[in-house]
Design a binder for this molecule. Structure first.
Ligand SMILES: Cc1cc2nc3c(=O)[nH]c(=O)nc-3n(C[C@H](O)[C@H](O)[C@H](O)COP(=O)(O)OP(=O)(O)OC[C@H]3O[C@@H](n4cnc5c(N)ncnc54)[C@H](O)[C@@H]3O)c2cc1C
Length: 474
């Protein structure tokens, strides 16, 4: 069994610790933060983590990740439920215009746990640390790799201490410094492909006060819509909480006021789909507004034709990031963690075969999601830029399935709905939606009757008025 160092003690670092410990490996997690981690659901919700700003942003956990926990780490799944997380199946929430669906056995997999990121990570961390052989050292900032030839044999900390290991896992997130570590250690570098998601998020948390959901739950795990200049999504959380996230273009300066609580509330009230949730008596805010931008779709892969680095495995955001709007990051990272654990069972010896297989399998997993995110973000940002700048938006060419056209058609065609749900939940690859002749024909047929009715969002003028009224009042 291997002696593994995981650099980065966050959601995917702990997910990997758990996956590897269950195969008998000894795991040491090195985390730069010096903070004492919280031990309760409430204290976790306000944990200030400067190195993980997305910790305070809305999270939905796709079925891929939820099913992995149910099947391979049942104690985490049960622990989440015990900590107050809910559970939904998307097949219980088909679009109303379908008038119900005919359930299939495979629909049972469209399951999601409803939890704040903070509760999710709290439970995952506690369950990982309960496993034999898993330890975490905080205040340990990795600054470099120790290598022999092309093989990584350990890490170097900021104070110069070196720690040896059979394998090093990079789970340091979207700001990983591993490209510098590789260069400093004279190891082969990587191709980094990166493109802005062109979105900034504003998020606020609430506690529900009404007995029943005070608005429609058109997404099952919450409610939301994507309009021609913004998106607004409500995420049900654990213990009667929910969060609302608004997304706009980063250069949409007139929307900067959304970081103010009053303007944020005004914008939610101007969005009919969500207004009921923040009506007096239905809920109370339990957080300020948290904003986050500078988001990229990114992918780090070995340079083709160069030798591979052995004994070094990037996972989670350190390997690939996709626009958070698609809710894929945690599921992808957990899948990579279990993929690595399975690979080590098949190829326990660090070396070229192990490295090659990891690159092949992890690339096969993440590349389609990365490419889908880039494609969808280009389309959505083009639409938003046109609306914000008063231009006529370009519509996708006829016969091309986009996320927007597929979601629109899903409201009237059960097969399209099922495919959209399976791809959104990552149970089927993007090609099952965008490159499938039957789906293309069905989407074309629905849309040939004209665009389906839009979900009730705010017009550009209404949203501007809501946000600027608050600024004028100041
Ligand atoms: C706005 C937003 C909303 C999101 N919503 C969703 C969602 O709905 N669903 C979903 O699945 N995903 C979502 N994501 C993505 C998800 O948050 C990430 O995929 C996930 O946090 C990645 O986890 P990670 O462990 O790889 O990295 P991180 O959570 O970023 O953690 C990296 C860790 O490494 C530590 N570290 C960094 N450098 C060092 C070093 N040199 N030495 C030691 N430690 C180090 C950091 O302190 C940190 O603890 C969202 C992301 C954003 C930005």
């Amino acid at each position: 069994m291997s002696n593994v160092i995981i650099v980065g003690g966050s959601v995917i670092g702990f997910g990997a610790a758990l996956a590897l410990a269950d195969q008998g490996h000894r795991v040491r997690i090195l985390e730069r933060s010096t903070d004492e981690p919280p031990s309760t659901v409430d204290s976790a919700a306000t944990w200030h983590r400067p190195t993980v700003p997305q910790f305070l942003q809305s999270h939905a956990f796709a079925s891929l990740g939820c099913n992995l926990l149910r099947d391979r780490a049942r104690d985490v799944y049960d622990g989440l439920r015990a900590a107050g997380a809910g559970e939904v199946n998307l097949a219980d929430y088909p679009p109303p215009m379908l008038g119900g669906i005919t359930r299939r056995p495979e629909d049972d997999d469209l399951r999601m746990v409803l939890s704040r990121r903070s509760t999710f990570e709290l439970v995952l961390r506690e369950r990982a640390l309960a496993r034999p052989g898993v330890s975490v050292r905080t205040g340990a900032t990795v600054r470099g790799l120790v290598a022999s030839g092309n093989r990584v044999t350990g890490v170097r900390l900021a104070d110069g201490e070196t720690i040896e290991a059979d394998l090093v896992v990079d789970a340091t997130g979207r700001k990983t410094a591993a490209d510098t570590w590789l260069a400093d250690a004279d190891l082969p570098g990587r191709d980094v492909t990166s493109e802005s998601c062109k979105i900034v998020y504003y998020t606020r948390y609430y506690r529900q006060r009404s007995e029943r959901p005070p608005g429609p739950l058109n997404r099952g795990f919450g409610a939301g819509g994507l309009w021609d200049h913004y998106t607004a999504v409500l995420f049900l959380g654990d213990n009667g909480t929910f969060s609302i996230s608004l997304g706009v273009l980063p250069e949409d300066t007139q929307m900067k006021g959304l970081r103010e609580e009053e303007a944020f509330t005004a914008a939610v009230r101007a969005t009919p789909l969500l207004a009921g949730w923040v009506a007096p008596g239905n809920s109370e805010p339990i957080s300020p507004v948290y904003s986050m931008g500078s988001l990229d779709n990114s992918l780090r892969l070995p340079v083709e034709g160069q030798p591979l680095v052995e004994g070094f495995f990037p996972i989670g955001d350190a390997l690939c990031t996709t626009n958070p709007a698609y809710g894929r990051g945690v599921s992808l990272g957990l899948q990579e963690a279990f993929l690595l654990a399975d690979l080590l069972a098949e190829h326990p010896e660090p070396g070229e075969t192990q490295a090659r297989e990891f690159v092949a399998r992890s690339t096969r997993l993440v590349r389609p999601w990365f490419e889908e995110a880039v494609m969808n973000d280009r389309g959505r940002a083009g639409l938003w830029e046109a609306t914000v700048n008063g231009r006529q938006p370009q519509r996708p060419p006829a016969g091309v399935v986009t996320f927007g056209t597929a979601v629109a058609a899903a409201s009237q065609d059960e097969e399209v709905w099922r495919r959209v749900a399976n791809v959104m939940m990552m149970l089927k690859p993007p090609s099952a939606l965008y490159a499938d002749d039957e789906i293309r024909a069905r989407v074309g047929k629905v849309l040939s009757g004209g665009p389906p009715p839009q979900l009730p969002g705010a017009s550009r003028a209404d949203l501007l008025a809501a946000v600027s009224a608050d600024l004028v009042a100041k």
